[in-house]
Design a protein around this ligand. Sequence first.
Ligand SMILES: [Zn+2]
Length: 135
Amino acid sequence: MTRITVYNVVGYALGLGLSIVGSILVIAALWNAWPNVVGSDHIFAALEAYLWTAELDSGLGIRFKLMEVTILGTALLVLGIFVTVLSRQVFHAGKYIFLKCPFCKNRWKATRARTWAKCPHCNKFIQPIIVGTAE
Ligand SMILES: [Zn+2]
C-alpha cells in the first residue's frame, strides 16, 4: 500500500504563515528580554517578571506587554501547526484514485496522483483534487 499525502495548498500556506509569524513574535519577545534576565539567579522567574513589565512599541501608537506578545506568538504558532496538520490528507492508494476537477466538479478515475492534469470533462488544464481511492 502506498500512502499519498496531499496538502491543501491554501491551508498549508496559511498554517506555515501563522507558524512563522508566531515564532517571530516569541523570538522577538525573548530576544528583548534575554539580556535583561540572563544575569539573574532565578532566570525563569526573572524572565516572567520582565515579560509582564516590559513593553514593546508596535510603532502604531499601541504598546504591548512582552508577555502579551509571547502569548499571542505561542497561540499563533499552535494555531499554525493545527491548520497545517488539518490541511494534510493521507490516502492509501489502491489501484485507482478518484480525481475531481475544481472547476466543473466532475470526477474521474486515474491510475496515479498528479499535480496537473487535463480535465476529461471540461478540457481545462487544472490541479485535480484527490477525492478517494479504489481497488
Ligand atoms: Zn473539469
